[in-house]
Design a protein around this ligand. Structure first.
Ligand code: BGP
Length: 465
């Protein structure tokens, strides 16, 4: 083939991680929901490994940021843990050790010339707020989140130019209230899921309003996992199913974030089924007036959907599965380790959708990656993992992204998941995603083949494909 794949000037090359998945729980002021889940039920985690040490970024941040520089990063996303920054969750009184840690990280990134994107919530609500108020079901928690954001903006707002309010907010109702794979692990709590979805949208808008009122020298956005819902066929039933899945899982956050309002088709269905969120006109105004400056898009795999054959099973209690069903597309190419479909073309479809329907708002890929189990078997004699499969995965995705940019998409960067192998919610260290491997016994870091490859891509702002 040997086509030149090229990206615009100043394109972001980097990766994302999150505080709770990389720092370890050292010296934290409070426990977040994952810390608590692990402490009380370690058997839920792969090989019984929890977030206690994670990649020990807390102690290794200098070395780690140096490694990122070495493999060509010009930008990097991580998150501030609410449970680390804030000591008193009600008053918002900060923890001095927490402030010092994040200040050090920010100063180091600055020294290296790495643009830091700082996210405020990565599934890591302090567990106390879940136990006392029901977490994101509560509007009081929305206001406590804004208090936390204020501390972050006051302390770090002069240095951080790119903020994001939430990472993959849809995962909170989806995984925590509908399908039970994140704590509090509820299954089928549809009405609560809808309220959580609304409250988080409100929290994001209120945080944006606060940020704008503080006249800080930066921008604020949100990170959404966009999962295109491809219908099984062109039949009206399958098309309706894909429309609903898109409304519920993508547009429920994308529309308020960019357009300031929820999709009318979604509101109608929820109203008809009597599960619409509790809201006030004043809140809707806040959402309307506080949209994002830019968007981050996490993409891993698409959804393949068809009409639901047994809607009656999902009426009482109400569940969005009433309107669609996922199915296995016979032509799907799968990542056998993570069980997710690999479908690079979706990046092009996402870019087109943003271009055509969301005013071509500036956006970047904020996560994209391939989790692989048992990577040690690909080690060469120097201990470096030869992850050619990952390079292939990135090339395929980047080629589609480049095509969209050539056709006018406003995408300004590409961040993978992730930089250094890190701990993950229920899979712990089962699937590794990094450019840099970590030996969990010794904490020794080793750059994988993909890391050296990425350095060249960043230097050349492209690659031959
Ligand atoms: C995204 C999350 C990340 C990360 C990634 C990989 O949804 O934002 O936190 O974990 O998925 O998924 P997993 O670790 O479950 O394989």
């Amino acid at each position: 083939m040997n086509k030149e794949i090229h990206f615009p000037k100043n394109f972001w090359w980097g990766a994302a991680t999150s505080g709770p998945q990389s720092e370890g729980t050292f010296e934290k002021a409070n426990e977040n929901v994952m810390d608590y889940w692990f402490r009380t039920k370690p058997e839920d985690f792969f090989n019984g490994v929890g977030p206690t040490v994670a990649s020990d970024f807390y102690h290794h941040y200098k070395e780690d940021l140096g490694l990122l520089k070495q493999i060509g990063f010009n930008s990097f996303r991580t998150s501030i843990q609410w449970s680390r920054l804030i000591k008193d969750l009600e008053t918002g009184e900060p923890d001095t050790q927490g402030i010092t840690f994040y200040k050090n990280v920010i100063a180091e990134a600055k020294k290296l010339g790495i643009e830091l994107v700082m996210n405020l919530h990565h599934f890591d609500i302090p567990v106390h707020l879940l136990q006392k108020y029901g977490g994101w079901e509560s509007k009081h928690v929305v206001d406590l989140f804004v208090k936390f954001a204020r501390v972050a903006f006051e302390e770090f707002g002069q240095d951080i130019k790119y903020w994001t309010t939430f990472n993959e907010p849809m995962v909170i109702p989806e995984a925590g209230y509908l399908y039970g794979f994140h704590y509090p692990k509820y299954i089928g709590k549809g009405k609560e899921a809808v309220q959580v979805m609304y409250n988080i949208n409100l929290a994001s808008a209120k945080t944006i309003a606060l940020y704008k009122s503080m006249n800080l020298p930066g921008q604020i956005g949100i990170i959404l996992n966009l999962t295109p819902a491809y219908p099984r066929s062109d039949s009206e039933e399958d098309l309706n199913a894909s429309h609903f899945a898109d409304d519920f899982f993508n547009r429920s956050f994308l529309d308020p974030a960019v357009k300031g309002k929820f999709p009318e088709t979604l509101v109608k269905v929820l109203e008809k089924d009597n599960v619409l969120w509790d809201s006030t006109e004043e809140e809707m105004e806040i959402i309307y007036h506080n949209t994002v400056d830019f968007l981050g898009v996490n993409y891993y795999h698409p959804k393949r959907v068809k009409a639901q054959e047994h809607p009656e099973k999902y009426i009482n209690p109400w569940n969005p599965d009433k309107y669609f069903e996922e199915y296995e597309w016979p032509e799907a190419r799968m990542n056998p380790y993570r069980g997710w479909e690999i479908y690079p073309r979706a990046l092009y479809d996402i870019a087109k959708n943003i271009q055509d329907n969301y005013g071509n708002i500036p956006w970047f890929i904020s996560e994209n990656g391939m989790g692989v189990e048992g990577e040690e078997k690909y080690k060469d004699t120097n201990g470096n993992i030869q992850d050619d499969y990952r390079i292939e995965f990135y090339k395929e995705h980047l080629a589609w992204l480049a095509k969209a940019i050539e056709e006018g998409s406003s995408c300004f960067g590409y961040h993978t998941w992730t930089a250094l192998d890190c701990w993950s919610w229920n899979n712990a260290y089962k699937n590794r995603y990094g450019f840099i491997s970590i030996d969990l016994e010794t904490q020794k870091r080793n750059i994988k083949k993909s890391g050296y490859w990425y350095k060249k891509v960043s230097e050349n702002n492209g690659f031959l494909y």
